[in-house]
Write a protein that binds this ligand. Structure first.
Ligand code: THU
Length: 124
């Protein structure tokens, strides 16, 4: 899928971002082998319970039986949404080193591999 198409999906998905505390909206579009999956950040009044958009998308996909992923676009109109450490580790559980991560605020685009973002990772 083209990056422009992924961005269009992300712009639609972000309408469901629930971020009353930070007001930092994030959506993610994860491209799997079977289909694509969207995710948004979902905050909680107990702040630490917040779930990032990236993990929402991955957990949605895995719960639908998908475990093969090629790329993810992460979008925020409020800043560049570089994935947090927890999301990088969850990506590493399912994605190979060449998994492509596109970070964008809608104007600027940066592309990374998972290897670049998490070079030394915990594996059993
Ligand atoms: N957040 C994400 O969902 N993904 C990122 O890549 C960065 C941060 C969320 C968590 C929280 O709801 C808000 O952005 C501010 O940290």
């Amino acid at each position: 899928m083209k990056v422009e198409e992924m961005l269009n999906i992300a712009r639609k998905a972000i309408e469901n971002s629930y971020c009353p505390y930070s007001n930092f909206h994030v959506s993610a579009v994860l491209i799997g082998k079977k289909e694509f999956y969207t995710g948004v950040n979902i905050e909680n009044v107990s702040y630490g319970l917040t779930m990032c958009a990236e993990r929402t998308a991955i957990f949605k996909a895995v719960s639908k039986g998908e475990k093969n992923f090629f790329s993810m676009l992460i979008y925020s109109p409020d800043g560049m949404p570089y994935p947090c450490g927890a999301c990088r580790q969850v990506m590493a559980e399912f994605c190979s080193e060449d998994f492509e991560i596109i970070v964008t605020n809608g104007k600027k685009f940066e592309v990374f591999t998972l290897e670049k973002l998490l070079p030394i990772r915990f594996k059993l």
